[in-house]
Each structure stands twice: as C-alpha cells, then as structure tokens.
Design a protein around this ligand. Structure first.
Ligand SMILES: Cc1ncc(COP(=O)(O)O)c(C=O)c1O
Length: 383
C-alpha cells in the first residue's frame, strides 16, 4: 500500500489531508517522495521557526538522549534547570517561573487550572475567533461550534467576547472571573493583530479586579512576530503559554508565570513535561535563534514580505496584514482553491478560516525565496 493508503487505513481520519507525502526538509525547503521541492510557508503551523534539519538541535537531542533521555520531575535535572533559568531570563517582566508540558493545548489547559487555583474563582473569558487547542479545557476556550459541538458539554465557566472590543470584555467581567485568555495576534482566527491600546486597557482592568491575564503565544512565540515574544509589543501577562517552536520541532510546551500564580504540590504534573531531551532541544533551538539573529530577520524580512505582497494589484484581495513573519492575505472569496494553486507552483501555505491564506515561513527563509513566493502569488491573483 502507498503511504497515503496506509495512513488512511490505519489512522483516524481527523485531519483534512493534502495529497503530498513529505519526506525531507532543509532550511525553508520541503521535499516530497518524488523529489519535488517546495518553499515552506507553513513551518508545521509555526513549529519550525529555525528551519528544517537544524544540525545544532539534532546534535543536542542525540547527545542528551544518550546521556539521560528522560528524568521525571520528581528528580532534579541540570538541563531542565538551565532551560528554566534561560526562559526566565528571556521572558518579559516578572515571568520568572515555568511549568513544563508537551503541547500548546496542555499549556493552556495548565494556565486555566493555575488561574483557578491562584484566584479561587472559576470563570475564564476568552475571545471569539480565538484558538487555544482541542483538549477539553483548552477546547472550551477555543472559539468555534464546529470544534465544540461533537464533544459537548464543555467545561463550565468559559465565556467568549468579541476580540479587540474593550466594552464587551468589561461587561463580561465579574466577581467570579479568574482570568482573561487572549492571543495578541489571532493565528487560526485569521491573522488578526490586536491593538496595543486594547491590551494595555485589558491589563488595567485585570489589575483593578484582581483578574489574571493569560497570553497564548503558542503560535506567536520565539521570534515569529519580530520580537522573541509577541506580547513584548503589547502587554505584560501573568501567564505566557508557549509550545510549537519552543524546542525546535521536538514536542514541548511551557507556561511562564509570575509570582501571582499559586499551585498546590502534586495538583498538576506531567510525565514527559520537562524531559531532558526536549529541554536540550529547546536550549539548542533558542541558541540558534540568538546566534542567527532570527528575531531581527523576522522583523526585517516580514516587513519586506508584507510590502512586496502589498504591491500585488488584484481585485481578489480584501486585505493583507500581519506582524513579522506571520502574514495573512484575506481574499474576497474562498481561499482553498488558491492554496492548491500555490502548492502546484511549489509553495506550501496555510488557511486561517475560509478566506485567509496564512504564511508562517521558517524564520530562516531567504529574501530570494520570499521573491519566489510573491511571484507565485502574483501569478494566481493578478486579474
Ligand atoms: C494560539 C494557539 N494555541 C494553542 C494551540 C494548540 O497547540 P497544540 O496543537 O500543540 O495543542 C495552537 C495550535 O495551533 C495555537 O495556534
């Protein structure tokens, strides 16, 4: 049987598939089983910020696995200790403690629990079009009846308000509100960049009412938006949720917390959370981001990409927006067929809702590769 047939036969059909078998990656390039080359503008939905096949991370994983691959957190581990210290040193403001887990949903799941345990309150306010993962707690915070309906009833106490709308948020806050959970740039929701003024006011409102602010940077973290963490451009949270590119492509999640966060011993743990192999990968990956100046690259190349896309004259485009190397091209019609046309031209992109094409290239993408991508967009969009 072919790879496609094997996966279709033996896996649950929960992913909408594209008919490509990917076998190799290098930098911002992907290769399929027939040797066809693609420019990657998806980065595994924001996982591969440092690019594919990075030697430094590969060596760190290899070496750590042979030294001590796993070490449950009931024991101390030097590599975990160093990563915790490194994250605390990089995190904005007073986010100086970390809880390690394995994915974005788990990070949000933990943050919801920590908000309840720290405040003694139950309600969490999230945003319409927000995406926080698909485990039961995270799913209740994720917007979208299509995701929630098959799994009802949802965790009680989660409410949704329109994004970027202060009055609606204020009206939703109450004595039982534990936390507000938001993305500073909504990724799955269509690459929607929040207003700095909105986030500053949200911070003030949270402080005035003893409410915690959780920022979900699972997709925007580690240089994606032109700063190491996107929230640096908006607001300082009480908890910062991370995953995706944290460990250079090895599964890992984390919640960075300030000293308002209180969690009883043993109340929230994870077997693989903070395992030394993932910690070594994260330290190596952060080292690559620093050494190769990828945050700066994201800012400058992102600006260039946005400008070049903006020069395309097409009646099909409604808006082009983004921050750093997180870009959205909103069309006046369904974007699905254009995603396929781009694939045919050797460019892999993402959807974000029905009408938005989302670009999350590895931050190691070159200017020449961006020019090729822009030319492909011109070919398919110019009237
Ligand atoms: C902002 C955000 N939060 C949470 C998640 C869920 O992460 P995971 O798929 O690792 O559970 C995602 C995934 O796309 C995301 O973009």
């Amino acid at each position: 049987m072919s790879t496609q047939q094997l996966e279709q036969t033996y896996e649950l059909a929960v992913y909408p598939r594209r008919d490509i078998v990917l076998v190799r990656g290098s930098g911002a390039r992907l290769f399929d089983e027939n040797g066809r080359e693609y420019i990657d503008c998806a980065a595994n939905v924001g996982v591969s910020n440092i690019g594919h096949g990075n030697q430094t991370v590969a060596r760190a994983v290899h070496d750590q696995y042979l030294t001590l691959g796993n070490c449950y957190s009931m024991f101390y581990s030097p590599v975990r200790a160093h990563l915790a210290q490194k994250l605390a040193s990089l995190a904005p403001g007073k986010l100086n403690r970390v809880f390690f887990c394995n994915s974005g949903a788990e990070a949000n799941e933990a943050a919801i629990k920590f908000a309840r345990s720290s405040t003694g309150r139950q309600e969490i306010i999230a945003a319409m079009r927000g995406f926080h993962g698909k485990t039961m707690g995270a799913l209740a915070a994720t917007w979208g009846p299509e995701y929630q309906k098959p799994f009802a009833p949802m965790l009680p106490g989660l409410k949704h308000v329109p994004y970027n709308n202060l009055a609606k948020l204020e009206a939703a806050l109450g004595d039982n509100t534990a936390a507000v959970l938001l993305e500073v740039v909504q990724g799955e929701g269509g690459v929607r960049v929040g207003d700095k003024g909105y986030f500053q006011k949200v911070r003030e409102m949270c402080d005035a009412h003893g409410i915690l602010l959780i920022i979900d940077e699972v997709q925007t973290g580690f240089g994606r938006t032109g700063t190491l963490f996107a929230c640096e451009q908006f607001v300082e949270p009480d908890m910062l949720c991370l995953a995706k590119s944290l460990a250079g492509g090895i599964p890992m999640g984390a919640v960075l917390c300030n000293d308002r966060i209180k969690v009883p011993v043993k109340s929230h743990t994870s077997t693989f959370g903070g395992n030394p192999t993932a910690c070594a990968a994260a330290l190596a990956s952060i080292g690559v981001i620093e050494k190769e100046g990828l945050v700066e690259k994201s800012r400058t190349l992102g600006g260039y990409f946005l400008k070049e896309l903006g020069r395309i004259e097409s009646s099909k485009i409604r808006e082009i927006r983004g921050l750093g190397l997180m870009l959205g091209i909103e069309l006046k019609e369904k974007a699905g067929p254009y995603v396929q046309q781009l694939t045919d031209k050797g460019v892999i992109v993402l959807l974000a809702g029905a009408t938005v094409i989302r670009l999350l290239p590895p931050l190691v993408i070159t200017k020449e590769e961006i020019d090729t991508v822009v030319a492909a967009f011109k070919d398919i969009l110019v009237d």
